[in-house]
Design a protein around this ligand. Sequence first.
Ligand code: SAM
Length: 281
Amino acid sequence: MNRIIGLMKKYNVSPIKSLGQNFLIDENIIEKLARAISPKPGDYIIEIGPGLGSLTERLVGKSAVLYCIEIDKRLHQIILERFGSFPGFYAGNFDVLKFNFEDPLPGYEQGYKIKVTGNLPYYITTPIIMKFLESDFDFDSMYFMMQKEVADRIMAKPSTKDYGALTVAVNHYCQVRPVVSVPPHCFSPQPNVHSAFLEFKKRSAPAYYVKNKDFFFQIVRGAFNQRRKNIINALYNYPGLHLEKEDIQKAVESMGLRPDIRGENLDADRFAELSNLLYKE
Ligand code: SAM
């Protein structure tokens, strides 16, 4: 019997679908994830949703501090029983969406390199990635399992159907690298989607200069909110921006762009340029 399925039986855990509990059972894949994260002394690793601990067991005992955040009380207890005696191991039983960046991290010391990882329910993966990116949280890298379609959107090139606000936002802050693609049979129970594990390395400075980060993201969201419309109309119609049509037309023209250009045709640098032209202090 597979070892992780054995753990499910030993602890009498029946997976809760609403918490996205599809446990990784493929040892080769788990090893590849651990190798990408590569725990070292001086690392502070936050693992979100450790489940039964298939990845956790490859991250503990490597002289890195490890903090596991799990919403399910049963799994939190199992994690504590399995790893609680390791030095530098900490566990919290709460919803990561309520993670407060102001709270002190257990066992954290100045100078630690923060790495965040998780194989999360698919519906919270994007909100969690955005929550960490948009905060001023000082992380070094993130490693997340996600639905293949979300990974495709994050790594999309301009003028393709997958290119969108998520692509621009993520690449503004991070350099993204695909680690491994993961078919459904690597999990138990099997999800009905393919998955991919991506590495997000935080850039030392954002990829392009923007005068105002919030305004830049509003422009990006506005451009993709009505992605079939040209960028002038999309931005003009986007609630919350309150831009004059004439100002948008002028900015687009001064960038040497055609008036019928759409958001999906602009690369991230040009979005930055456009938002800087439209931003009023
Ligand atoms: N990491 C384990 C693995 O790879 O086998 C479990 C992965 S399973 C897809 C998702 C895990 O995230 C479950 O353990 C689930 O209970 C936990 N989880 C779901 N929602 C959560 C939330 N909002 N906050 C923290 N953990 C959550």
